[in-house]
Write a protein that binds this ligand. Sequence first.
Ligand code: AMP
Length: 491
Amino acid sequence: MTTFSELNLGPKVMKAIDEAGYTTPTPIQAGAIPPALEGRDVLGIAQTGTGKTASFTLPMITKLARGRARARMPRSLVLAPTRELAAQVAENFDTYSKHVKLTKALLIGGVSFKEQDQLIDKGVDVLIATPGRLLDHFERGKLLLTGIEIMVVDEADRMLDMGFIPDIERIFSLTPFTRQTLFFSATMAPEIERITNTFLSSPARVEVARQASASETIAQQVVLFKGSRKDRQAKEKRNLLRTLIDAEGDACSNAIVFCNRKSDVDIVAKSLQKYGYDAAAIHGDLDQSQRTATLQGFRDGKLRFLVASDVAARGLDVPSVSHVFNFDVPSHAEDYVHRIGRTGRAGRDGKALMICVPADEKNLADIERLITKEIPRLESPVKAEPAAVAPAEAASTEEDAPRKPSRRRVVRRKEKPVEATSEAPVAEAAPEVPQKAEKPARAQRSSEDGRNGGKSRGRAGGRGRRDDNVVGMGDHLPSFIALSFEERRAG
Ligand code: AMP
């Protein structure tokens, strides 16, 4: 087994590793650190949770400790798909570089340009950014990428899902071709393969086993549920969710509720709050301070239910939770493994409950194929109302009188519960979306970088034209792609 002392990391980095309590490098660290220290490009195929952040930060710090930053010309760049992931990478740098004098700047949406500009002006060794925000700075003429010695692309497959590949290609073209590239992706989709073939030079390929099975300590169940009528299904699903939560009683100390769509994250969180559950939402359209406060509250045990989208929750280092509720069946089977992996950590028991409506049955079959087992069925504790009930009648039968949840900690109900058709205000604020998951789920991701609060800027030209509906490359083809590989390297 490789030890850290065999990896040739700098003594100050070794000291920080020791203080972090790490005894042995993880497989991705053992595989990626040596070629990275030699200056080679690295293609790391690894997921969050494998220790991949340290596999690029540790060699970067060792290498950067040798030089000095120049004004407006950062020496290294780390690109991450979401603000939270970028912030997490920045935290990792703080931990591992505490005995080395390195300057860093975090360029993410929701933080003022002025503060970030001041840091860049002084000169930074490490720039950590989401792609959109980085290009915003570049376009404002505040930043030069010609001094980049090391560039990291983290979670490239998420970048693809979120429509950032054109941005990534543009950023690659703005950095010197002599740079060293460390590129990480959980999967190698054809589009990712193309990018790595184009921008990486004979990389060391380090692949760690993909996580296709969930911990044995997680009890999994799925409820097959069909609403009494299609237009009532979403509302009835929320009722079912509350019933499932209540049935768990005190055993459910804290939980993450996953939804596929941002609009549902909001609706479900508001609905839970209205019924007296201590819940808050986290997704890319919320402002940064709100997201940070919500996460911190959840980490500190002050918030019981975190309602999240995959992108917002992905890679976040949250402590183990007692329960995961999948309000929707994820449309990517691997997301199921990630989602439920939030519970049952470190050998503790955990429970994962999922609601599956008829339209999601194909996705359920994909998940069961991936985890090679059938998820036990739980009979729905809620019977859908008879379809014959007239709409007006139906509206007054169900959600008009909030029940007491089995257990409340902090009741966050600021506004009075709305009477009669109580779900109406929520539904109006964020209308229900059709159940077909694949397209909306992917489209949603394109805005979770959180630039401009996720709003499209409507700027003319390639990047500015992209909006929430762009998937993968969108309709944008940067001009340099049309050039041959040699021309690009030369340029
Ligand atoms: P990551 O995959 O980078 O998100 O890392 C997942 C978690 O593993 C983080 O909480 C790290 O602090 C932790 N970690 C990283 N490297 C090691 C190591 N060599 N030994 C123990 N824990 C580690």
